[in-house]
Design a protein around this ligand. Structure first.
Ligand code: GLN
Length: 307
């Protein structure tokens, strides 16, 4: 057996029996998932995707869309223009906190909901369809295949999205969001509802790992500098109010989403993704984190370790 697949199987076996946590329930469609799903994928510099477990099951990308939409707007308008609207400090608060900077209304960073909604508000285009199309096109380029939206999750997100709408209205009152609130929000709900597999997420992580160059298609998706900026923000803010401890223990830029995906990046080495729907109290996948942690330990991938 391929030694990397053997290692990956070994990691799955370690985490398989942990059924702590529970799937997100605040969006009805997310609560309906099969909680035992477990998948794991890795892509290296030659674009060979290796995967084990439920590697062909689609789930919605949720918050893992945030770094890629950030990459899109950074490419279009640059870091300074983005930073006029969104900060880059870890919030230390839950992902859906109603929390904006005193006086300016700026959200803490683009990885929490408020900051992601502000970022999505910066995507160019007339209406929701136009903006969504640009986002789907960018995320598809990162994944190396055409992605689509799960319409029933989108409807569920939109029906239950009042907290996010409230954030949108607050930010528009401060001029952080220029787009009409419903346009920014429905685009954000659609971006969260893009369907992916762990293999897609691993390739997306790989594209960031290799400086914006997709290791599968060899397409340059974003400039090296944009990939670096996105990874910097993922390092400090990607795991919500667990980001500091994650960097300490695992040492890799990462991003999680409430459907149970986790993606991590070992710069110049690997893109990694895991899927398991049960979440801990921070909203991060329990077994997804365990998989990435075990891989980082076994392969000595902590960024701050001398190599
Ligand atoms: N759709 C989700 C929301 O905004 C995304 C959040 C997440 O994955 N943490 O509520």
């Amino acid at each position: 057996m391929d030694p990397i697949i053997a290692l990956m199987q070994g990691v799955l076996d370690i985490v398989r029996d942990d059924n702590s946590g529970s799937p997100a329930s605040y969006i009805p469609e997310l609560a309906a998932v099969e909680p035992d799903r477990l998948g794991f994928a890795v892509v290296g510099p030659r674009g060979h995707v290796r995967s084990v477990g439920d590697d062909d099951v689609e789930f919605t990308i949720q918050s893992i869309s945030k770094p890629f939409v950030l990459a899109h707007v950074l490419s279009r308008i640059g870091l300074d223009a983005v930073m006029e609207r969104v900060g880059t400090e870890p919030s230390g608060e839950p992902f859906n906190a109603i929390s904006l900077e005193e006086g300016t209304g700026k959200p803490a960073n683009p990885m929490v909901n408020a900051g992601a909604i502000a970022t999505t508000g910066l995507v160019e285009g007339g209406g929701v369809d136009d903006r969504t199309e640009r986002i789907v096109r960018t995320l598809s380029a990162f994944a190396g295949r055409s992605l689509h939206i799960d319409e029933s999750v989108y409807r569920s997100e939109s029906t239950t999205g009042d907290r996010n709408r409230a954030l949108g209205h607050l930010m528009r009152s401060y001029g952080i969001v220029d787009a009409p609130v419903d346009v920014a929000l429905e685009t954000y709900f659609r971006q969260c509802s893009i369907a992916v597999t762990v293999r897609d997420l691993a390739v997306m992580a790989g594209t960031l790992a290799f400086g914006g160059l997709n290791p599968l298609t060899h397409e340059r998706v974003v400039e090296e500098r944009v990939a670096r900026d996105v990874l910097s923000i993922m390092s400090s803010c990607g795991m919500y109010d667990f980001s500091g401890e994650w960097l300490l223990r695992v040492g890799l830029p990462a991003k999680s989403g409430v459907s149970g995906g986790v993606l991590a990046v070992a710069p110049s080495q690997f893109g990694v993704a895991a899927y398991s729907p049960r979440l801990d109290r921070h909203g991060n996948s329990v077994r997804g984190q365990a998989i990435v942690t075990a891989l980082s330990d076994r392969m000595g991938m902590h960024l701050l370790e001398p190599h």
